[in-house]
Design a protein around this ligand. Structure first.
Ligand SMILES: [Zn+2]
Length: 419
């Protein structure tokens, strides 16, 4: 099995990610996050929000609606320019993006291809219960929700340029060829910052470089290996219709270097299309646009390791779905089980930052392996000595080393590890 197959299988088996609507044969380009996947994904979003909003005084948050007045998408240029060229094979009827094809024959059957047809990526929706229904779209990017609220935010809060608006939310693209697991999906979540600056080349350049650096450091701090990250500047013909300058932070994935996040200089494209100004000028925008689903996938890929016959997900503790697992040394000794349950309950209740699980199945070795495989950084084991001196062993996922910690100290022990 290659790494990608191992990750897909692990995600399904342990409850990180399932194919969407699986019992009805699935739906291409849609995925569901299971009990562990939703924790990992929420942790990524939490860390992002913390660094982009809570730890700054020049960024505020927003949560705009997914469905907007269709005029928004005309003004933003998406109904015209948000397109991919599509070709179809005349023999097997498979569809491809013309800009991704190497030859002029079908890559699946060598058949003849149709002329490219322009295909809009916006997903149409129809509102209302009587005809004619109002046609609008599921948002193709979350960004426009920020721009159309620019004046609201300026008028209702104390922001002054330069400042940013951060948002996390779902977006939808009618992709012709979704693929590479969750990397290219039709429904996905974005985490984006729109940072408004004075319309000045030097100012824009300074903030572009600043955010590009901040964003790559964020991935590094959360454990992505440096050698798996790089910047790549977009050439003129691959830039989106709104971008004056664009650079990607890329990840060295099993299917090639792929976009983790884009840093874009959008100039005054959006605000001027929406006829919005600040004081007597139209601000420029530096955008950082990351995908939550691809971040989840890349954090999983990057943390995957095999130690002998053990699979260890070396996720950063802040991202790990469970921080701590609690076990009784053996399952059939009632006093050990009761003590372990008591410790489990206490850890669960004392702190909101600690997600804790309990396991008393099989033998202790197997339980360690099962926690390693889902990235739990610490395992607490209640043994016979616990009953005598109220200490437990704490095992570290990455070193497999154990140390004895007093039960009354556990809370502060994990709190200090996590900070
Ligand atoms: Zn074909």
């Amino acid at each position: 099995m290659d790494l990608m197959e191992k990750i897909v299988s692990l995600c399904k088996r342990r409850g990180f990610i399932y194919p969407g609507s699986e019992i009805y044969g699935g739906l291409q380009g849609f995925w569901d996050y299971g009990p562990l996947g939703v924790e990992l994904k929420n942790n990524i979003k939490k860390e992002w929000w913390k660094s982009m909003v809570y730890q700054r005084n020049d960024v505020v948050g927003l949560d705009a609606a997914i469905i907007m007045n269709p005029t928004v998408w005309e003004a933003s240029g998406h109904t015209q320019a948000f397109t991919d060229p599509l070709v179809e094979c005349k023999s097997c009827h498979h569809r491809f993006r013309a800009d991704q094809l190497v030859g002029s024959q079908c890559p699946d059957c060598d058949g003849q291809l149709t002329e490219p047809k322009i295909f809009n990526l916006l997903t149409e929706v129809y509102l209302g219960s009587t005809e004619p229904k109002t046609k609008t779209y599921l948002r193709g990017e979350i960004t426009q929700g920020v721009f159309v609220n620019f004046k609201n935010v300026v008028d209702s809060s104390r922001v002054e340029i330069p400042f940013g608006i951060a948002q996390i939310g779902k977006a939808f693209r009618n992709e012709i060829t979704p693929g590479n697991f969750t990397f290219r999906s039709r429904e996905f979540e974005q985490m984006e910052l729109e940072f408004f600056v004075k319309p000045d080349e030097n100012e824009a350049e300074r903030w572009f470089l600043y955010w590009r650096q901040m964003r790559i450091e964020w991935y590094e701090k959360l454990g992505i290996k440096k050698e798996n990250l790089r910047f790549r500047e977009h050439s003129l013909d691959e830039r989106a219709h709104y971008a004056r300058k664009a650079e990607d932070i890329e990840y060295n994935s099993p299917f090639g270097w792929k976009e983790f996040e884009g840093i874009h200089h959008r100039g005054d494209w959006d605000l001027s299309r929406h006829k919005l100004t600040y004081k007597d000028y139209t601000p420029w925008v530096i955008e950082t646009s990351g995908g939550v689903d691809r971040a989840t996938l890349f954090f999983l890929l990057d943390s995957y390791s095999e130690v002998g016959d053990r699979v260890v997900l070396k996720l950063h503790p802040k991202l790990a779905p469970y921080k701590v697992a609690v076990f009784p040394l053996v399952a059939n000794k009632e006093n050990l089980v009761n003590k372990a349950k008591e410790i489990y309950k206490n850890l669960k209740s004392v702190t909101v930052t600690l997600t804790v699980t309990f396991d008393d199945r099989g033998n202790i070795g197997k339980r360690y392996y099962a926690q390693d495989e889902i990235g739990t950084p610490w395992c607490v084991t209640v043994d016979y000595q616990t009953l005598e001196d109220d200490t437990v062993t704490v095992r570290d996922r990455d070193t497999a080393q154990q140390e004895r910690v007093s039960v009354s100290q556990l809370d502060s022990f994990f709190a200090s590890k996590l900070n």
